[in-house]
Design a protein around this ligand. Structure first.
Ligand SMILES: Cc1cc2nc3c(=O)[nH]c(=O)nc-3n(C[C@H](O)[C@H](O)[C@H](O)COP(=O)(O)OP(=O)(O)OC[C@H]3O[C@@H](n4cnc5c(N)ncnc54)[C@H](O)[C@@H]3O)c2cc1C
Length: 297
Protein backbone atom coordinates (compact mmCIF):
# COMPACT_ATOMS: atom_id res chain seq x y z
CA UNK A 1 0.00 0.00 0.00
CA UNK A 2 1.46 3.37 -1.04
CA UNK A 3 1.09 6.48 1.11
CA UNK A 4 0.53 8.47 -2.06
CA UNK A 5 0.34 7.96 -5.81
CA UNK A 6 1.20 11.04 -7.84
CA UNK A 7 -0.38 11.15 -11.30
CA UNK A 8 1.67 13.21 -13.77
CA UNK A 9 5.38 14.12 -13.73
CA UNK A 10 5.30 17.77 -14.78
CA UNK A 11 6.77 20.38 -12.42
CA UNK A 12 3.91 19.86 -9.91
CA UNK A 13 4.31 16.06 -9.86
CA UNK A 14 8.12 16.17 -9.76
CA UNK A 15 8.05 18.63 -6.89
CA UNK A 16 5.62 16.37 -5.01
CA UNK A 17 7.96 13.39 -5.63
CA UNK A 18 10.95 15.25 -4.14
CA UNK A 19 8.91 16.31 -1.13
CA UNK A 20 7.48 12.80 -0.64
CA UNK A 21 10.99 11.35 -0.74
CA UNK A 22 12.27 13.96 1.73
CA UNK A 23 9.45 12.99 4.12
CA UNK A 24 10.16 9.25 3.74
CA UNK A 25 6.73 8.55 2.27
CA UNK A 26 6.06 5.40 0.28
CA UNK A 27 5.18 7.02 -3.06
CA UNK A 28 4.87 6.21 -6.76
CA UNK A 29 4.50 8.64 -9.67
CA UNK A 30 2.82 7.50 -12.90
CA UNK A 31 3.44 9.57 -16.06
CA UNK A 32 1.65 8.84 -19.33
CA UNK A 33 4.56 10.08 -21.50
CA UNK A 34 8.01 11.14 -20.42
CA UNK A 35 8.67 13.42 -17.46
CA UNK A 36 7.96 17.13 -18.15
CA UNK A 37 5.88 16.31 -21.19
CA UNK A 38 4.31 19.78 -21.38
CA UNK A 39 7.73 21.44 -21.33
CA UNK A 40 8.94 19.03 -24.05
CA UNK A 41 6.09 20.38 -26.19
CA UNK A 42 7.25 24.02 -25.95
CA UNK A 43 8.80 25.45 -29.14
CA UNK A 44 12.41 24.31 -29.63
CA UNK A 45 14.93 26.64 -27.98
CA UNK A 46 12.26 28.56 -26.03
CA UNK A 47 13.62 30.43 -23.04
CA UNK A 48 11.56 29.65 -19.97
CA UNK A 49 10.22 32.76 -18.24
CA UNK A 50 9.49 32.95 -14.52
CA UNK A 51 6.62 35.45 -14.45
CA UNK A 52 4.56 33.49 -17.00
CA UNK A 53 0.86 34.48 -17.15
CA UNK A 54 1.89 37.74 -15.48
CA UNK A 55 2.17 35.86 -12.16
CA UNK A 56 5.33 36.46 -10.14
CA UNK A 57 5.86 34.06 -7.22
CA UNK A 58 8.70 33.07 -4.88
CA UNK A 59 9.66 29.40 -5.37
CA UNK A 60 9.06 27.34 -2.20
CA UNK A 61 9.48 23.80 -3.50
CA UNK A 62 12.90 22.19 -3.96
CA UNK A 63 12.72 21.39 -7.68
CA UNK A 64 15.32 23.35 -9.69
CA UNK A 65 13.85 26.20 -11.74
CA UNK A 66 15.76 28.95 -13.53
CA UNK A 67 15.16 30.99 -16.69
CA UNK A 68 17.06 28.55 -18.91
CA UNK A 69 16.11 27.04 -22.28
CA UNK A 70 13.49 24.31 -22.63
CA UNK A 71 16.28 21.82 -23.40
CA UNK A 72 18.41 22.78 -20.37
CA UNK A 73 15.44 22.56 -17.99
CA UNK A 74 14.49 19.07 -19.22
CA UNK A 75 18.11 17.89 -18.96
CA UNK A 76 18.40 19.26 -15.43
CA UNK A 77 15.12 17.62 -14.30
CA UNK A 78 16.11 14.30 -15.91
CA UNK A 79 19.37 14.44 -13.95
CA UNK A 80 17.49 15.16 -10.71
CA UNK A 81 15.11 12.22 -11.31
CA UNK A 82 18.11 9.96 -11.90
CA UNK A 83 20.28 11.20 -9.01
CA UNK A 84 17.43 11.26 -6.49
CA UNK A 85 16.22 7.87 -7.79
CA UNK A 86 12.66 9.18 -7.86
CA UNK A 87 10.10 6.41 -8.08
CA UNK A 88 8.53 7.38 -11.44
CA UNK A 89 7.05 5.08 -14.08
CA UNK A 90 7.02 6.73 -17.52
CA UNK A 91 4.72 5.76 -20.40
CA UNK A 92 2.13 4.66 -17.87
CA UNK A 93 -1.28 6.22 -18.35
CA UNK A 94 -3.66 6.38 -15.38
CA UNK A 95 -7.11 5.40 -16.63
CA UNK A 96 -9.25 5.44 -13.51
CA UNK A 97 -9.19 5.84 -9.72
CA UNK A 98 -11.68 3.99 -7.53
CA UNK A 99 -12.40 4.69 -3.88
CA UNK A 100 -12.35 1.55 -1.72
CA UNK A 101 -13.35 2.34 1.88
CA UNK A 102 -10.66 4.72 3.16
CA UNK A 103 -8.16 3.92 0.38
CA UNK A 104 -7.94 4.08 -3.44
CA UNK A 105 -7.30 1.71 -6.32
CA UNK A 106 -5.39 3.45 -9.14
CA UNK A 107 -5.88 1.72 -12.48
CA UNK A 108 -3.04 2.34 -14.92
CA UNK A 109 -1.77 0.70 -18.11
CA UNK A 110 0.83 -1.22 -16.12
CA UNK A 111 -1.64 -2.54 -13.53
CA UNK A 112 -3.56 -1.64 -10.39
CA UNK A 113 -2.07 0.04 -7.33
CA UNK A 114 -3.42 0.55 -3.82
CA UNK A 115 -2.80 3.84 -2.08
CA UNK A 116 -3.96 5.92 0.87
CA UNK A 117 -3.84 9.20 -1.09
CA UNK A 118 -3.75 10.39 -4.70
CA UNK A 119 -2.25 13.61 -6.02
CA UNK A 120 -3.55 14.61 -9.43
CA UNK A 121 -0.82 16.66 -11.15
CA UNK A 122 -2.07 16.07 -14.67
CA UNK A 123 -2.09 19.65 -16.02
CA UNK A 124 -4.41 20.58 -18.86
CA UNK A 125 -2.09 20.55 -21.84
CA UNK A 126 -3.25 17.17 -23.15
CA UNK A 127 -6.41 18.72 -24.65
CA UNK A 128 -5.82 21.94 -26.64
CA UNK A 129 -8.88 24.15 -27.06
CA UNK A 130 -10.35 24.24 -30.56
CA UNK A 131 -12.16 27.04 -32.38
CA UNK A 132 -14.92 24.66 -33.55
CA UNK A 133 -14.91 26.12 -37.08
CA UNK A 134 -15.11 24.43 -40.49
CA UNK A 135 -11.68 23.49 -41.88
CA UNK A 136 -9.93 23.28 -38.53
CA UNK A 137 -8.98 19.66 -39.22
CA UNK A 138 -6.88 20.52 -42.30
CA UNK A 139 -3.22 19.53 -42.31
CA UNK A 140 -2.02 23.17 -42.44
CA UNK A 141 -3.65 23.85 -39.05
CA UNK A 142 -1.69 23.20 -35.82
CA UNK A 143 -2.31 23.45 -32.06
CA UNK A 144 1.32 23.78 -31.00
CA UNK A 145 4.52 25.14 -32.46
CA UNK A 146 7.34 22.63 -32.29
CA UNK A 147 10.23 24.01 -34.33
CA UNK A 148 9.98 27.61 -35.58
CA UNK A 149 13.09 26.94 -37.69
CA UNK A 150 11.01 24.69 -39.98
CA UNK A 151 9.17 27.71 -41.42
CA UNK A 152 10.59 30.42 -43.68
CA UNK A 153 9.13 32.90 -46.21
CA UNK A 154 5.61 31.79 -45.34
CA UNK A 155 2.47 33.70 -44.61
CA UNK A 156 1.32 32.51 -41.17
CA UNK A 157 -1.76 33.18 -39.06
CA UNK A 158 -1.46 32.76 -35.29
CA UNK A 159 -4.78 32.75 -33.42
CA UNK A 160 -4.75 33.72 -29.74
CA UNK A 161 -3.65 36.48 -27.40
CA UNK A 162 -1.97 34.68 -24.50
CA UNK A 163 1.72 34.11 -23.89
CA UNK A 164 1.92 30.94 -26.03
CA UNK A 165 0.39 32.72 -29.03
CA UNK A 166 2.59 35.81 -28.64
CA UNK A 167 5.74 33.71 -28.24
CA UNK A 168 4.90 31.65 -31.32
CA UNK A 169 4.17 34.81 -33.34
CA UNK A 170 7.47 36.39 -32.27
CA UNK A 171 9.49 33.24 -33.02
CA UNK A 172 7.83 32.72 -36.42
CA UNK A 173 8.18 36.40 -37.37
CA UNK A 174 11.98 36.06 -37.56
CA UNK A 175 11.68 34.40 -40.97
CA UNK A 176 8.00 34.74 -41.96
CA UNK A 177 5.19 37.21 -42.38
CA UNK A 178 2.94 36.75 -39.35
CA UNK A 179 -0.58 37.90 -38.59
CA UNK A 180 -1.97 37.55 -35.06
CA UNK A 181 -5.73 37.33 -34.74
CA UNK A 182 -7.14 37.97 -31.26
CA UNK A 183 -10.80 38.17 -30.26
CA UNK A 184 -10.34 40.87 -27.61
CA UNK A 185 -9.37 44.54 -27.97
CA UNK A 186 -6.11 44.28 -26.02
CA UNK A 187 -3.57 41.73 -24.81
CA UNK A 188 -3.32 40.87 -21.12
CA UNK A 189 -1.57 38.59 -18.59
CA UNK A 190 1.60 38.69 -20.71
CA UNK A 191 5.11 38.43 -19.32
CA UNK A 192 7.09 41.68 -19.55
CA UNK A 193 9.31 40.07 -22.18
CA UNK A 194 6.37 39.13 -24.41
CA UNK A 195 4.63 42.47 -23.86
CA UNK A 196 7.74 44.39 -24.91
CA UNK A 197 8.53 41.92 -27.70
CA UNK A 198 5.15 42.28 -29.41
CA UNK A 199 5.06 46.07 -28.90
CA UNK A 200 8.45 46.48 -30.63
CA UNK A 201 7.97 43.88 -33.37
CA UNK A 202 7.02 45.28 -36.74
CA UNK A 203 6.80 41.90 -38.49
CA UNK A 204 3.65 40.82 -36.64
CA UNK A 205 0.40 42.37 -37.82
CA UNK A 206 -2.00 42.23 -34.86
CA UNK A 207 -5.72 42.21 -35.69
CA UNK A 208 -7.77 42.80 -32.54
CA UNK A 209 -11.48 41.97 -32.19
CA UNK A 210 -11.25 39.31 -34.89
CA UNK A 211 -12.51 35.72 -35.03
CA UNK A 212 -11.80 32.93 -37.50
CA UNK A 213 -15.08 31.85 -39.10
CA UNK A 214 -13.84 29.25 -41.57
CA UNK A 215 -10.65 27.76 -43.00
CA UNK A 216 -10.79 26.60 -46.60
CA UNK A 217 -7.40 25.46 -47.88
CA UNK A 218 -5.21 28.55 -47.60
CA UNK A 219 -8.17 30.90 -47.40
CA UNK A 220 -9.20 32.00 -43.92
CA UNK A 221 -12.44 33.92 -43.35
CA UNK A 222 -11.80 36.39 -40.58
CA UNK A 223 -14.61 38.29 -38.92
CA UNK A 224 -13.06 41.65 -38.03
CA UNK A 225 -15.44 43.77 -35.95
CA UNK A 226 -18.41 42.31 -37.84
CA UNK A 227 -16.88 42.54 -41.30
CA UNK A 228 -15.82 39.31 -43.06
CA UNK A 229 -12.41 39.40 -44.77
CA UNK A 230 -10.94 36.47 -46.71
CA UNK A 231 -7.17 36.29 -46.26
CA UNK A 232 -4.55 33.78 -47.53
CA UNK A 233 -2.21 31.92 -45.17
CA UNK A 234 0.12 28.96 -45.69
CA UNK A 235 -0.26 27.84 -42.08
CA UNK A 236 -2.60 28.50 -39.16
CA UNK A 237 -1.53 28.04 -35.52
CA UNK A 238 -4.44 27.93 -33.08
CA UNK A 239 -3.03 28.69 -29.62
CA UNK A 240 -6.07 29.57 -27.55
CA UNK A 241 -5.50 27.56 -24.40
CA UNK A 242 -6.48 24.16 -23.08
CA UNK A 243 -9.58 22.36 -21.82
CA UNK A 244 -9.97 20.57 -18.52
CA UNK A 245 -9.80 16.77 -18.97
CA UNK A 246 -13.45 16.58 -17.88
CA UNK A 247 -14.06 13.00 -19.01
CA UNK A 248 -11.25 11.73 -16.77
CA UNK A 249 -12.28 13.91 -13.82
CA UNK A 250 -15.97 12.94 -14.15
CA UNK A 251 -15.05 9.24 -14.19
CA UNK A 252 -13.27 9.69 -10.84
CA UNK A 253 -15.93 12.06 -9.51
CA UNK A 254 -13.47 14.85 -8.75
CA UNK A 255 -14.49 18.49 -9.00
CA UNK A 256 -11.95 21.24 -9.58
CA UNK A 257 -12.29 23.88 -6.88
CA UNK A 258 -10.18 26.53 -5.22
CA UNK A 259 -7.87 24.58 -2.91
CA UNK A 260 -5.46 21.66 -3.13
CA UNK A 261 -7.88 19.31 -1.32
CA UNK A 262 -10.61 18.06 -3.65
CA UNK A 263 -14.23 17.15 -2.91
CA UNK A 264 -13.01 13.55 -2.32
CA UNK A 265 -11.02 13.16 0.91
CA UNK A 266 -7.57 11.83 0.05
CA UNK A 267 -7.49 13.15 -3.53
CA UNK A 268 -5.48 16.34 -4.07
CA UNK A 269 -5.32 18.61 -7.11
CA UNK A 270 -2.13 20.56 -7.80
CA UNK A 271 -0.63 22.76 -10.53
CA UNK A 272 -2.42 23.66 -13.75
CA UNK A 273 -5.24 21.17 -13.27
CA UNK A 274 -6.32 23.23 -10.26
CA UNK A 275 -5.53 26.64 -11.73
CA UNK A 276 -3.61 27.52 -14.89
CA UNK A 277 -0.62 29.58 -13.78
CA UNK A 278 3.05 28.73 -14.20
CA UNK A 279 5.92 26.44 -13.28
CA UNK A 280 6.73 28.14 -9.94
CA UNK A 281 3.09 27.83 -8.88
CA UNK A 282 3.09 24.13 -9.85
CA UNK A 283 6.31 23.47 -7.89
CA UNK A 284 4.91 25.23 -4.80
CA UNK A 285 1.66 23.24 -5.01
CA UNK A 286 3.64 19.96 -5.10
CA UNK A 287 5.35 20.84 -1.83
CA UNK A 288 2.13 22.06 -0.20
CA UNK A 289 0.16 18.91 -1.06
CA UNK A 290 2.70 16.62 0.63
CA UNK A 291 2.80 18.89 3.69
CA UNK A 292 -1.00 18.68 3.97
CA UNK A 293 -1.43 14.97 3.33
CA UNK A 294 1.46 13.74 5.54
CA UNK A 295 -0.36 15.12 8.59
CA UNK A 296 -3.24 12.72 7.92
CA UNK A 297 -1.08 9.57 7.59
C1 LIG B 1 3.64 26.90 -24.96
C2 LIG B 1 3.72 27.08 -23.46
C3 LIG B 1 4.77 27.84 -22.93
C4 LIG B 1 4.88 28.01 -21.55
N1 LIG B 1 5.92 28.72 -21.05
C5 LIG B 1 6.07 28.87 -19.70
C6 LIG B 1 7.17 29.61 -19.17
O1 LIG B 1 8.02 30.16 -19.88
N2 LIG B 1 7.27 29.70 -17.81
C7 LIG B 1 6.35 29.14 -16.95
O2 LIG B 1 6.51 29.26 -15.74
N3 LIG B 1 5.28 28.45 -17.45
C8 LIG B 1 5.13 28.29 -18.78
N4 LIG B 1 4.05 27.59 -19.30
C9 LIG B 1 3.05 27.03 -18.33
C10 LIG B 1 3.60 25.77 -17.67
O3 LIG B 1 4.01 24.86 -18.67
C11 LIG B 1 2.53 25.13 -16.79
O4 LIG B 1 2.03 26.09 -15.86
C12 LIG B 1 3.14 23.95 -16.00
O5 LIG B 1 3.70 23.01 -16.89
C13 LIG B 1 2.08 23.29 -15.13
O6 LIG B 1 2.66 22.19 -14.48
P1 LIG B 1 1.82 20.90 -14.05
O7 LIG B 1 2.80 19.97 -13.46
O8 LIG B 1 0.65 21.33 -13.29
O9 LIG B 1 1.25 20.31 -15.42
P2 LIG B 1 2.01 19.76 -16.70
O10 LIG B 1 3.36 20.38 -16.82
O11 LIG B 1 1.08 19.94 -17.83
O12 LIG B 1 2.26 18.23 -16.39
C14 LIG B 1 1.21 17.29 -16.36
C15 LIG B 1 1.77 15.92 -16.62
O13 LIG B 1 0.76 14.96 -16.38
C16 LIG B 1 0.83 13.96 -17.37
N5 LIG B 1 -0.50 13.32 -17.43
C17 LIG B 1 -1.68 13.87 -17.84
N6 LIG B 1 -2.70 12.99 -17.73
C18 LIG B 1 -2.14 11.84 -17.24
C19 LIG B 1 -2.68 10.55 -16.93
N7 LIG B 1 -3.98 10.26 -17.07
N8 LIG B 1 -1.84 9.58 -16.49
C20 LIG B 1 -0.51 9.85 -16.30
N9 LIG B 1 0.04 11.06 -16.59
C21 LIG B 1 -0.76 12.05 -17.05
C22 LIG B 1 1.22 14.72 -18.62
O14 LIG B 1 1.80 13.87 -19.61
C23 LIG B 1 2.22 15.74 -18.07
O15 LIG B 1 3.56 15.29 -18.11
C24 LIG B 1 3.91 27.41 -20.67
C25 LIG B 1 2.86 26.67 -21.23
C26 LIG B 1 2.75 26.50 -22.59
C27 LIG B 1 1.63 25.68 -23.15
Amino acid sequence: MFDVIIVGAGPAGLSACLEAKKNNLNYLCLEQNKIANTIRNYPKGKKIQKDYMGVSLEKEGELFFEEVSREELIEKWERIVHEEKLNIKENDNVLDIKKEDETFKVIANSGEYKTKNVILAIGRMSSPRKLEVVGEDQNNVFYRLDDPGEYSDKNILVVGGGNSAIEAALLLSKKNKVTLSYRKSELFRLTNENQEGIAKNENVNVIFESNVEEINGKEVSLNIKGEIKKLEFDYVFILVGFNLPTEFLDRIGVEVGEGIESNIKGIYLIGDIKEVKNITHAINDGKKAIEVLKNGL
